[in-house]
Design a protein around this ligand. Structure first.
Ligand code: ZN
Length: 213
C-alpha cells in the first residue's frame, strides 16, 4: 500500500480513466514549469518533474485505499461501554479540488458505539484515505462521517473539521489566519441535543494553537 511508485491497484479512482504513464505526468509538469515562466531544462529544475510526480503519489494515495475495509475489523468485548468515543485533533492534510493546493487542519471524529468498537488508529486512517484525494472540505467531512456510520452502525457519528485553505491564504483573497469549520452529525449527535452538547464540550474550546498552514 505504501509503494507510491507502483500504480498497480488504483481501485478507487474513477474506473473509466486510464492512468497516464509517469513519462506523461512528468511532461505535464514540465509544461506547468514553462507556464510559470521558467525553464524546465535548467539544472535546478531538471529533476523536479520526477519529484513532483512522486509527491503526487503521496498526496493522492487515498485513491488506492478502501476506507470501508479499514473499519471492518471491530472488537466486541467492550464491557458494555456505550459512551462517546472521540478521537480529537487528527492532523489533516488534503488538497482542494479547485486549485490543487493544500488544505491543512485538524479533524475530530466521534461515535457512540453500539456493542462494538474499532481500533482508534483506524478512524485516523479513514480520515487520511479520504483526505489524500482531491477534495472540498464539505465533501470530505460527509464522506468520513457517512462511511463510519454505515460500516460501524453506531448509535451516532460526528465529524468536525477545521482547516485552512491555501487557495484562500496564499492566492485569491489572501486571507491568512482564516479557518473553515465543517461538521456532520448523524444519529444521536443529530437528534439528541444533550449528546451533541456533550460532544462539543469534549471537543472543547481549548483555544488550540493556530493552524499550521
Ligand atoms: Zn481552492
Amino acid at each position: 500500500m505504501n509503494n507510491y511508485t507502483n500504480p498497480a491497484p488504483r481501485a478507487f479512482r474513477a474506473a473509466s480513466l486510464a492512468r497516464p504513464s509517469e513519462e506523461e505526468a512528468q511532461a505535464a509538469i514540465r509544461t506547468l514549469i514553462r507556464w510559470a515562466g521558467d525553464d524546465p531544462e535548467r539544472e535546478g529544475l531538471r529533476d523536479t518533474p520526477k519529484r513532483v510526480a512522486k509527491s503526487y503519489g503521496e498526496f493522492f494515495r487515498g485513491y488506492d485505499e478502501d476506507p470501508v475495509a479499514l473499519l471492518e475489523r471491530t472488537f466486541e468485548e467492550v464491557e458494555g461501554y456505550d459512551e462517546i468515543v472521540l478521537l480529537r485533533d487528527i492532523r489533516l492534510e488534503s488538497h482542494c479540488e479547485h486549485h490543487m493546493v493544500p488544505i491543512i487542519g485538524r479533524a475530530h471524529v466521534a461515535y457512540l458505539p453500539h456493542r462494538r468498537v474499532v481500533g482508534i488508529s483506524k478512524l485516523a486512517r479513514v480520515v487520511d484515505a479520504y483526505a489524500h484525494r482531491l477534495q472540498i472540505q464539505e465533501k470530505l467531512t460527509a464522506q468520513i462521517c457517512n462511511t463510519i456510520n454505515e460500516v460501524l452502525a453506531p448509535r451516532g457519528t460526528a465529524v468536525i473539521i477545521e482547516a485552512a485553505h491555501e487557495c484562500m491564504t496564499t492566492r485569491g483573497v489572501h486571507k491568512p489566519g482564516v479557518s473553515m469549520v465543517t461538521s456532520r452529525m448523524l444519529g444521536a449527535f443529530r437528534d439528541d441535543p444533550a449528546t451533541r452538547r456533550e460532544l462539543l464540550a469534549m471537543v472543547g474550546h481549548r483555544a488550540p494553537g493556530p493552524l499550521e498552514a
